[in-house]
Design a protein around this ligand. Structure first.
Ligand SMILES: CC(C)(COP(=O)(O)OP(=O)(O)OC[C@H]1O[C@@H](n2cnc3c(N)ncnc32)[C@H](O)[C@@H]1OP(=O)(O)O)[C@@H](O)C(=O)NCCC(=O)NCCS
Length: 180
């Protein structure tokens, strides 16, 4: 796959180390919007830190342990999705998502996450897809609900963002669950 047409001028493509300059510019533009929810929004501050993150995902992909995709709208990198973890032996993976503020409200993440989930279940035989989110992140929870995920519980003080510890809700979708 080089580019998957998402409609309305949007495309899904692999987001790779050679995209570092573009990724750094995208994160800089969307930083204030992403920073409360996405750890990399604080870490990616220039082309080198962008390349470091993209290389980590390239390495994960090479080991079949994760993947990273970008969403381009009219040729401008505007968000992305990832398999933060991908355990093909255990059959469990975790999806992550983000968008620039101006790209929200078009259903792009729901559509892309559906494609990823289909691929994980059908092509890769995964059993369980997880969605982790800050309990305060209403837009993220709305996507999980729209996709048919089930809320399982809250991990207390689970991760650090901007120097503060936060809880995280765990939602899951099983290959045997009805799909939204
Ligand atoms: C979480 C985030 C990616 C959700 O983005 P989003 O645009 O709300 O999600 P989607 O792309 O699925 O779009 C859903 C919206 O598009 C609308 N929409 C339009 N066409 C649609 C379609 N065909 N299918 C689904 N929704 C559609 C929905 O009504 C909804 O709009 P609403 O919230 O005004 O009701 C975004 O808010 C974000 O990047 N937040 C900051 C980073 C973040 O929190 N990441 C997640 C960490 S867990």
């Amino acid at each position: 796959m080089l580019a998957l047409d998402l409609g309305g001028g949007a495309e899904l493509r692999a987001l790779e180390p050679w995209n570092a300059d573009e990724f750094a510019a995208h994160v800089a533009q969307a930083r204030d919007h992403l920073k409360p929810w996405i750890p990399f929004a604080s870490r990616v501050v220039d082309a080198q830190t962008a390349r470091d993150l993209l290389q980590r995902f390239a390495d994960k992909q090479a080991h079949d342990e994760g993947r990273l995709y970008g969403i381009w709208i009219d040729g401008v990198l505007s968000g992305g999705t990832l398999f933060k973890t991908f355990d093909s032996v255990g059959g469990v993976c975790e999806i992550g998502v983000w968008l620039a503020p101006q790209a929200q409200g078009r259903g792009l993440i729901s559509a892309t996450a559906r494609l990823m989930i289909d691929w994980a279940f059908r092509a890769r035989g995964m059993h369980r897809v997880e969605w982790h989110t800050d309990p305060l992140n209403e837009r993220s929870k709305a996507v999980a609900k729209r996709l048919g995920f089930t809320y399982e519980g809250t991990h207390r003080s689970d991760f650090v963002i901007n120097g503060e510890r936060h809880d995280s809700e765990v939602w899951s979708l099983l290959s045997s669950d009805p799909r939204a």
